[in-house]
Design a protein. Sequence first.
Length: 296
Amino acid sequence: MKIGFIGLGIMGSRMAGNLQKNGHSLIVFNRTRAKAEPLLGPCGAFSDSPAKLAEQVEILFTMLAHPDAVEEAALGTNGFLDHLKPNTLWVDCSSVNPSFSRKMAAEAARREVHFVDAPVTGSAPAAAEAKLIFWVGADPADLERIRSLLLCMGNKIVHTGGQGMGTSMKMVVNLLLGTGMAAFAEAMALGEGLGISRRVLFDSLLGTPPVAPFLASKREKIESGNYETEFPLRWMQKDMHLASVSAYESGVAMPLSNAAKELYRLAMREGYATEDFSAVYDYLTAIHESPAPAKV
């Protein structure tokens, strides 16, 4: 089985590495070749373009930052979609919006290429340990073709329905992560503003019903002030924006989520874009620690 992998960032590089650890040889492409170097060797070859890669593979995985990047790789200059053979299977693991996934599915179908949307939940450590959750939108037969490959990279597969439904579930999940982190940061800022120590707040809140379980994993980052990236804040803001686009398309109101989305955008403007998304806490507490403007 000839497998291609395009997109070797924080997540994609780890996912591709786990495919190799399970005995699969890959042909890879990344705009920055240096990021592909650790994967090259007996089980990995670099392709000069998505188009050249496409001509050599039966299954193609993409793990790219946003819809524009996916569309450019698929349909842009030297894009792969016109070079995939009929019955090739394209698995897009990128975090994109459902209407975009359906658009790509239609473009693939026009070329007799099978399309699966299979975004993941899990940050860099989960990707490294092959503990990702895959949310899959696909024809059941297409899912069976790739099930064993997905299980090289993750430990849970949820088939949520047809094309676009995996992406739909990913939107819901990341909306909860983004708003949950923002709400927790705001509550912590309030508690500290009222004079409660950070340690007491953490000890009292973590593990209780109001607090999402994932927030326990962010305690060390917040206490140390070291927001080494597991999931970049800018991509959380992007996912929340795509959720708002999806809400607009489906006639759903999301007042709380839109406010949280703009909070992340403000944090990006203050230099937190490439930090872990938990750095929204640092941004909020910095706001509260700033001196009040002088009265005039």
